[in-house]
Design a protein around this ligand. Sequence first.
Ligand SMILES: *[C@@H]1O[C@H](CO)[C@@H](O)[C@H](O)[C@H]1NC(C)=O
Ligand SMILES: *[C@@H]1O[C@H](CO)[C@@H](O)[C@H](O)[C@H]1NC(C)=O
Ligand SMILES: *[C@@H]1O[C@H](CO)[C@@H](O)[C@H](O)[C@H]1NC(C)=O
Length: 181
Amino acid sequence: MLRLVILIFLPSVAADLLFQQNDYELTFERIELEEFDKGFLKDARIVTSKYNRTTPAMNASFTYLQNFDRDMQVVLQAYTFLSNEYRLFPMRFQFDACAAMDNNDFGFGRLLDCGNFTKCPLKKGRYLICNWSPDGSRFPPNIPNGKYMMKLEWYHANIKIFVANMYVNIYRPLTFFKQKH
Ligand SMILES: *[C@@H]1O[C@H](CO)[C@@H](O)[C@H](O)[C@H]1NC(C)=O
Ligand SMILES: *[C@@H]1O[C@H](CO)[C@@H](O)[C@H](O)[C@H]1NC(C)=O
Ligand SMILES: *[C@@H]1O[C@H](CO)[C@@H](O)[C@H](O)[C@H]1NC(C)=O
């Protein structure tokens, strides 16, 4: 079931998103680590590079300095590129990171496909994630065409662990119908 929650109206939210759409195409550009809490993470690094001719993919490496239980929340805030800058876009979600990985919301389930990252609860230790890209079919429907930055803030309990910015393009391919004779 789709539960689309726009925080402008509803400040607190939904554990399970279960998004699915085939309304638009999404292309992944890159993801950047903006900041992280050095009390929780060490040697955290994210690189995005070309995976094949058409698709970039992310590699990440980080050391958890503490065990993490299931209480991990993500706040996603979208920004849209207008007049040469990213401006606040009225799409904001808060969701349970562990449930999102279980459900593959946004493609977060694929974080476990390559490397040695694990499901919740997360144990302290060093982890590698390779060749990850978001899954456009697991985003919310009805996002207008455009370039977006999705700011992802990850919280453990109420402590912000890290902030990463994911850049994507959303478009509807034009369809041309050939007239039959
Ligand atoms: C690139 O990799 C993606 C993800 O595995 C795949 O969907 C796509 O078809 C690949 N493209 C090419 C040109 O190989
Ligand atoms: C994950 O892989 C890295 C690199 O091989 C290794 O250093 C690390 O110990 C592994 N982590 C776990 C939890 O197995
Ligand atoms: C990402 O990780 C994969 C698998 O370990 C590796 O083959 C690839 O070279 C890495 N890419 C970058 C840019 O480090």
